[in-house]
Design a protein around this ligand. Structure first.
Ligand SMILES: *Cc1c(COP(=O)(O)O)cnc(C)c1O
Length: 386
């Protein structure tokens, strides 16, 4: 049997390894010149005024909540189809989560599902709405921003899936991370994401005051006032140790330089999937692409009518695995997690439910080639018709 294709994985070359080795031989292991270099290169790449590196994507979300001064009892809206961290960051600051439903064909929060979620905020103060660019396709940011603004809230894009994606409304083409519609956008460099540092995260923003605050909160809430004695530091507010080490920023810089190459490969593979999967409609269809979205897909999600196929998802997953094809489910609706069910009670979000019932992520990463995609499609063909 050919090697197993996982649903996602990092692409690390000798030059990435050399970049890390060089950092290891330097004077700095943690706070050194590569941190600012990575931040500057990242900000430039996504078109943001500022970028602040941190330990992981979850820390990036936590820092964003802290920098906005979100208080206990205030509300954050997150879609139910996302990784746990999108909702959990609200709880880190004592805020309450209102879960928005998603479009069952894209998995994205929409203006309609946001409006419906906003109707459940009640008398509480809504502070932030966290759209997730699930799979790499972008949420409808201008309309979501307009709705949030009416309530006095801002958008914080949880963007780990969409590094390199663009969106077009009218003549305006924006890049994910340029924060054209949001206060901040957060990223993760976990090994399955578009670029990898092992653990790692970034917050992009155009607001210099937010960037300063994020930097301060990332390192214990400490500042070193200008003109003070060399040993002096002050702590005006309490922060965390969420720094990203120089060693990992070296890897980030080296990976970022390959983003265009990774993106081109992902686009090519996704296009081949779209062509190949067309034969399986209506039993299986790729997740829908909104018209404004030109994605660099992080996940290749197939939506499968398991009832019509006559197999359970488990049977399909196992049969694909036996043919060397790894899959994953993105995601179990977060509002159904025991913690949230206990806190907020059972809730019916039909779009999230329908998405969860039908989704399956197929292998997609830059180390794959066309033959790998063809292998997945052939395996699917066997399994669906068996
Ligand atoms: C990966 C991911 C996170 C968390 O990032 P970590 O670096 O693993 O902490 C948060 N939100 C989304 C949508 C993600 O995909």
């Amino acid at each position: 049997m050919a090697a197993m294709l996982p649903y996602g994985r990092q692409s690390i070359d000798e030059d990435d390894i050399a970049a890390v080795a060089e950092a290891l031989r330097s004077d700095f292991l943690t706070t050194g010149p590569r941190v600012e270099a990575f931040e500057a290169a990242f900000a430039e790449k996504v078109g943001a005024g500022h970028a602040v590196a941190c330990s992981n994507g979850t820390a990036a979300l936590h820092l964003a909540m802290l920098a906005l001064d979100i208080q206990p009892g205030e509300v954050v809206i997150a879609p139910s189809i996302t990784f746990l961290a999108t909702a959990n960051c609200a709880r880190f600051v004592g805020a309450e989560v209102v879960f928005a439903d998603v479009d069952p064909l894209t998995g994205l929060m929409t203006p309609d599902t946001l409006s419906e979620a906003m109707s459940r905020v009640g008398d509480r103060r809504l502070r932030a709405v966290l759209p997730v660019h699930l799979r790499g396709d972008t949420a409808e940011l201008p309309a979501l921003k307009a709705l949030a603004q009416v309530a006095g809230a801002v958008l914080v894009e949880d963007a780990p899936h969409a590094l390199g994606s663009t969106l077009r409304f009218g003549n305006a083409v924006q890049q994910v991370g340029d924060c054209a519609y949001s206060a901040m956008a957060t990223f993760s460099f976990h090994p399955v994401k578009t670029i990898a540092t092992g653990e790692g995260g970034m917050v992009a923003t155009n607001d210099p005051a937010l960037a300063e605050r994020l930097k301060r909160l990332r390192s214990h809430g400490m500042i070193r006032p200008e003109g003070a004695d060399p040993w002096w530091y002050e702590m005006p507010e309490v922060g965390f140790n969420y720094r990203l080490p120089d060693i990992l920023c070296a890897l980030g810089l080296s990976q970022l330089a390959k983003l265009d190459q990774f993106a081109a490969r992902r686009r090519m593979l996704a296009a081949r999937y779209h062509d190949g999967l067309a034969a399986f409609a209506p039993l299986l269809r790729p997740a829908a692409r909104p018209d404004w979205s030109d994605p660099v897909l992080h996940l290749m999600v197939a939506l499968i009518d398991f009832e019509a196929v006559g197999k359970t998802r488990r049977q399909l997953v196992d049969a694909l695995k036996a043919r060397g094809v790894g899959t994953q489910v993105h995601y179990i609706p977060v509002h159904t997690q025991p913690y949230y069910r206990q806190r907020y009670g059972a809730m019916d979000l039909p779009g999230a439910n329908a998405w969860y019932e039908s989704c399956l992520s197929l292998p997609l990463y830059p180390g794959m080639d066309e033959a790998d995609v063809d292998r997945v499609i052939a395996a699917l063909g066997e399994v669906l018709s068996a």
